[in-house]
Design a protein around this ligand. Sequence first.
Ligand SMILES: Nc1ncnc2c1ncn2[C@@H]1O[C@H](COP(=O)(O)OP(=O)(O)OP(=O)(O)O)[C@@H](O)[C@H]1O
Ligand SMILES: [Mg+2]
Length: 595
Amino acid sequence: MRRSSYPDNEVTTMNWQAFKLILPYLFEFKKRIAFALACLILTKVSSVYLPFILKDIVDTLDAKVPANMQTLVVPFGLVAAYGLVRLSIVIFAEVRDTLFGRVTERAIRRIGLKVFRHLHQLDLDFHLNRQTGGLSRDIDRGTSGISFLMRFMVFNIVPTLLEIVMVVTILFVNYGLWFALITLGSICTYIAYSVYATELRTRFVREANKADSSSNTRAIDSLLNYETVKYFTNEDYEAQAYDKQLANWEQAKIKNRLSLFALNGGQAFIIAMAMTAMLALAALNVSEGKMTLGDFVLINAFMMQLFMPLNFLGFVYREIKGSLANIENLFGLLDKTPKVEDALDASELNIGQASIVFNNIAFAYHQKRPIIKNISFKVNGGEKVAVVGESGSGKSTLVKLLFRFYNVNSGSITIDEQDISQVTQNSLRQHIGIVPQDTVLFNDTLFANVNYGNPDANFDQVMQAINMAHLTKFVASLPEGVDTIVGERGLKLSGGEKQRVAIARTILKNPQILVFDEATSSLDSHSEQAILTAINEVAQNRTSLVIAHRLSTIIDSDNIIVMSDGEIVEQGNHQQLLAMQGNYSKMWQLQQSAK
Ligand SMILES: Nc1ncnc2c1ncn2[C@@H]1O[C@H](COP(=O)(O)OP(=O)(O)OP(=O)(O)O)[C@@H](O)[C@H]1O
Ligand SMILES: [Mg+2]
């Protein structure tokens, strides 16, 4: 089973590529970022200033001057200042986050849209191979990774480093070399240990993510196949398969947690050692009278203030690493190039008569298994040409090639003498309407699903299309009429109703070329006749390609192509083919006698 891919070579190195990728999105709001940075600096300056106020308070209280109104004013004034500075720290931080939130959200919106558009650009093959559950998890994790990276890179790592520099300098200037050295030394040890331990953990984090995607893939796939699960009463089988994935996830999480325990424990040990050493040194100085009690309190406050964000830094580093991997995964999706792309000098398809020529085409999904072998035929403008043949002979594949879901391996398909590989996919597809073999609908109202054929159509036009597809009676029987929700993939409609919705939306699209792939296969003979009449009305003056199993539906075709195993074995109109006494006439007799 294919799984979402995680770059495995990137275990020991921090990959900053992802950061570079999101940088352009940051610069969209230059002013906001400048203000946010200003708030950031104010926050940091205030928080470095705070311990000084604390020291002054303690020293004034400690001065043992007899209390009277005058001497009390100073410490209480200081206490008030302390409260004010504390408040301002919080307020500046809040303003900063509010300002910056907008930047992050805009970036997520832009990147989300880009990925979404890109996914629609990718070829059918990618989508047939994808795992919806895992893919959506990858996207989720990628966007939350961006949010995390932006917030913490700018507002945690950089300011914490700034704060460390300020505090170490202050300690050095005010209290001498030793205090500065112990602080710097412990911080370096702390950072080195955190980085080392986090690197070791990366493998476990990645395993847990992988397990998370896999179990989600499994759950979604199973739920999408709800009916099949019931048909075979395989609920237990499904539950076991899901539980197996969950067990993997649990295992991965256990390792993840144990390694987290080691990381946090080590960090706490380094902090405790550093705090003890600093406070012991300070206590010694106080007892020798070299420092005041206020100094002791100030040093304690600085250490707390430094190690708190530092502690956070370990977490942030780990998360950022994870985020980078997730973002890379997301951008990895953007790196996938579609197999079918517009030619550089692609022009718009210029449609006139809409005559289609399949010129000696060959095609294979897999190199080793040719599906279409040297097929040539022509559909003149305005003609109705049918393609018949046994199941698996490549009829639907022909349609996919005409719609350019895939490129042909050799030969060419032209519409009005323009090679479809040389025109834009968009203009090509605008002119072709397809009623596919398996119609899938959006989980929306019946009206919206028909309207999808041409979003610009007005109410009356949609209703007319519904009428032409012989849906009116069915709609009238629905309690909610055209506003009925059709269910996921249209599963609340019968096969024939779904087909008629597909026909209605193709009628609404009103293209010059019509393709019907078994468009009436799910209908009873009576409805089929009605629909065929409708199709013939719509197909008038248009070029149409009709794929059918039931030969009675195509006897009026201008030309009938009989396919077998990727090749054309016979062609001609109904009478000619019967006269040939070949494959077609055999199929015809078989179907006639079955009636
Ligand atoms: N995406 C794909 N990847 C690989 N093989 C494919 C793919 N799609 C179709 N095939 C194979 O190509 C062959 C032709 O398929 P196609 O759908 O064109 O048959 P068909 O003539 O329309 O059959 P039917 O009458 O049953 O609809 C089949 O054997 C099928 O297994
Ligand atoms: Mg088919």
